[in-house]
Design a binder for this molecule. Structure first.
Ligand SMILES: [Zn+2]
Length: 314
């Protein structure tokens, strides 16, 4: 029997002011759809809500080059918008949103380490897992989950797990931690697909399982059971961080994976059970991808379900 642990929900209005333009898939509507669905379904009432603080320079420079952080935060208004890559645009509102998104991740770690909460979910934009030590890319500016992991290490933890089930490979997180054995990154992702990660066979702290186009529930669950779980049992993480991207869902336009809603409640229950065994209940999840707003909202709801409502059907 898994004990009930309160859930924290962290977001900030600034995350919705970052807008990369008409028709861009990484849009404010994503967070609005999630909020609307959780409000109308009543789940928001079961979570303690927090407004994210800004990440500090010290927290950001644990994972990003100081010059890079300065480039994002110090961009002259007259020079904006800046096209970092064809799809990643820094506007006047981006720096504040990115500071709050990374700050949410830090706050989430502090909340679960205080043992007040089991799960802390960061409903934030921009996402983070493509941002490398010194490069914004793939809609990402600061690597929120990496900032969370580095904060957990700074708080004295020695074994941190990052689970990433986004459609895309978290190349930024891999870039930041590939030589840091205290952090293990567990990934499933479509390959070939952006960012065209080809694996890193020599690095034992990257457990990555590439899935072919059209892979769905069966392949995903097999990858988790056969590849992630044995490595997690071996690692015995003291906290579990989740790059919670929902763009592997069948209705998402970005790729060709075919995850269903049930897969998100399944992986959540699996993570919950692991966390109970190894770190009592401490989980931090931060939003990554998911670009069909109604499917994203329902996927997030299903991910939260095991933590809030047990077996209540949704
Ligand atoms: Zn993605």
């Amino acid at each position: 029997m898994i004990p009930f642990r309160p859930v924290a929900w962290i977001t900030h209005p600034a995350c919705n002011l970052h807008d990369m333009g008409e028709g861009h898939p990484e849009c404010p509507e994503r967070l609005r759809a999630i909020g609307d669905r959780l409000r109308s379904g009543g789940l928001l009432d079961f979570m303690q809500q927090y407004e994210a603080p800004r990440a500090t320079i010290e927290q950001l420079t644990r994972v990003h080059a100081a010059e890079y952080v300065q480039r994002i935060l110090g961009a002259e208004a007259a020079s904006l918008p800046i096209h970092v890559d064809p799809d990643t645009i820094q506007t006047a509102e981006t720096a504040e949103a990115a500071l709050r998104a990374a700050g949410a991740a830090v706050q989430a770690v502090d909340l679960v380490l205080s043992d007040q909460y089991g799960l802390a979910f960061c409903a934030v934009r921009p996402p983070g897992h493509h941002a490398t030590r010194d490069q914004a890319m793939g809609f990402c500016f600061f690597n929120n989950i990496a900032v969370a992991a580095a904060h957990a290490l700074a708080r004295g933890l020695k074994r941190v797990a990052i689970l990433d089930f986004d459609l895309h490979y978290g190349n930024g997180t891999a870039d930041i931690f590939q030589n840091d054995r205290r952090v293990k990154l567990y990934s499933t992702y479509q390959h070939p697909l952006y960012p065209y990660w080809s694996g890193c066979a020599d690095t034992e702290n990257l457990v990555d399982v590439a899935l072919p186009p059209l892979a769905g529930s069966t392949e995903f669950r097999k990858a988790v059971e056969e590849r992630w779980i044995p490595a997690l049992v071996d690692q015995r993480p003291q906290i579990i961080l989740v790059s919670a991207g929902f763009d592997a869902h069948a209705e998402d336009p970005m790729g060709d994976l075919r995850f269903g809603y049930d897969d998100y409640s399944w992986i959540a229950a699996r993570i919950q059970s692991l966390a109970e065994t190894y770190c009592p209940g401490r989980i931090v999840a931060t939003l990554e991808g998911g670009y069909t707003p109604h499917a994203l909202a329902r996927s997030v709801e299903r991910f939260l379900q095991p933590f809030l409502t047990g077996d209540m059907p949704l």
